[in-house]
Design a protein around this ligand. Structure first.
Ligand code: NAD
Ligand code: TDX
Length: 370
């Protein structure tokens, strides 16, 4: 049994990890700390909080005194660190928050964990899992081999640079202070509870509302899509079985270009509307409500500055050490995800009507149609 701290547990991957952890290890004490930025949502955690299955603390990882107090009160033996500013487009418009949370916040948390574990003499059995991204490795050409754990760091966006800096800090704490930490670098996640600023939910919701589907550049950029449930499964394996100081790449093995992903979302929605006439009543602005294809909404817009062309992950080390378990095929996972957003209209309307909307209105800059 462990006392576990999950930072960023109100975010997309964090919420999924809280539910997965609760189901897999019901005896562990779970404490979630999250600053509740625009990206956070605790609707799905409310039943767990009410039933005292988890403890939720609204707090900032940059608050060193609070972090240290949490370690002293709960004697954590596991930390899954997911709190971050995570959206590349925001990092282009306003990079400072990324440096503050991703770099300074990670440093503050590392220091609090290290101080607490050293002074309580529990450092040997403890584990600190730093959840990072494949974006630290930069961009691949069409025929380059996939990123491995040995790939050099070449971040291109302020987001990627801030995550790279945080990875380096973790590594330095392992080498210098004997911190029992490890790092995972994973590819693009998709699935339930993803904020509608990210490609897949954005396209689903825009299509339902009859808005343009803005594909950056020519849409040839490739991402390796990983279902969030497979990611959470790998994170739980890594924290329990991974080696201190090790890095594990986590990928879905599902390389797709953005044109194909958006086309598949459109086709899935077209099929769903054809099968369920009630959807036309709920979403009358969607082209599929009048028998048209959602593809009619696709609009190629100005490219993201510094847009990485391709990410691909070589997950051989993860598979070798923990066994291959990532099992969600992309077409099936995307279909389930589209249906999740169809079923959870209340959830995404609440999100899209809030702070996210104010930001997107103000920063629509580089989405001007070309
Ligand atoms: P998200 O933006 O959905 O959630 C991040 C959470 O962190 C939010 O709940 C937010 O409130 C919280 N947070 C932000 N600043 C904080 C602070 N200073 N103190 C405490 N909490 C704070 O992000 P996500 O997609 O769930 O990503 C989680 C982690 O996984 C991040 O570290 C991200 O870099 C990494 N990652 C994500 C992906 C992906 O495809 N989503 C891929 C690779 C790696
Ligand atoms: O409106 C859009 N149109 C578009 O063409 C948006 C939002 C995105 N895109 C493109 C840009 C990317 O090539 O789709 C691709 C995916 O974009 P995002 O969903 O913004 O993800 P990405 O930039 O690849 O980063 C994601 O994966 C790695 C997460 O946001 C990061 O947190 C993670 O580290």
């Amino acid at each position: 049994m462990h006392s576990v701290l999950i930072t960023g547990g109100a975010g997309f991957i964090g919420q999924n990890l809280v539910h997965a952890w609760r189901a897999a290890r019901p005896d562990d004490l779970l404490v979630v700390v999250d600053a509740m930025t625009y990206a956070a949502n605790i609707r799905s955690l409310e039943p767990l909080i009410a039933d005292r299955c988890i403890l939720f603390v609204k707090g900032d990882i940059k608050d060193g005194a609070l972090m240290r107090r949490l370690f002293d009160e709960h004697a954590f033996t596991r930390v899954a660190h997911l709190a971050a500013e995570s959206h590349v487009d925001r990092s282009i418009v306003d990079p400072e928050a990324f440096l503050q949370t991703n770099v300074l916040g990670t440093f503050t948390l590392l220091k609090a964990a290290h101080d607490a574990w050293r002074s309580s003499g529990t450092i040997d059995g403890a584990r600190f899992l730093h959840v990072s991204t494949d974006e630290v490795y930069g961009s691949l050409g069409p025929s380059d081999p996939a990123f491995s754990e040995a790939s050099p760091y070449r971040p291109n966006s302020p987001y990627a640079a801030s995550k790279a800096a945080s990875d380096h800090l973790v590594r330095s704490f392992v080498a210098t202070y004997g911190m029992p930490a490890l790092i995972t670098n994973c590819s693009n996640n998709y699935g339930p509870y993803q904020h509608p600023e990210k490609l897949i939910p954005l396209m689903i919701i825009h299509a339902l509302e009859g808005k343009p589907l803005p594909i950056y550049g020519d849409g040839s950029n490739v991402r390796d899509w990983l279902h969030v449930s497979d990611h959470c499964d790998a994170l739980m394996s890594a924290i329990e079985r991974g080696g201190v100081g090790e890095t594990y790449n986590i990928g879905g093995g599902n390389e797709r270009n953005n044109r194909d992903v958006v086309g598949l979302i459109c086709d899935t929605l077209d099929g769903a509307f054809a099968a369920d006439r009630g959807l036309a009543t709920r979403f009358p602005s969607c082209p599929a409500a009048s028998g048209q294809s959602c593809r009619a909404l696709i609009s190629y817009v100005t490219d993201r500055p510094g847009h990485d062309h391709r990410y691909a992950i070589d997950a051989a080390k993860l598979d070798r050490e923990f066994g291959k378990r990532r099992s969600t095929g992309f077409e099936a996972g995307l279909g389930q995800t589209v249906h999740w957003y169809l079923d959870q209209e209340d959830w995404w309307r609440e999100v899209t009507s809030g702070a996210y909307k104010a930001w997107i209105d103000k920063n629509y800059g580089f989405r001007i149609a070309v």
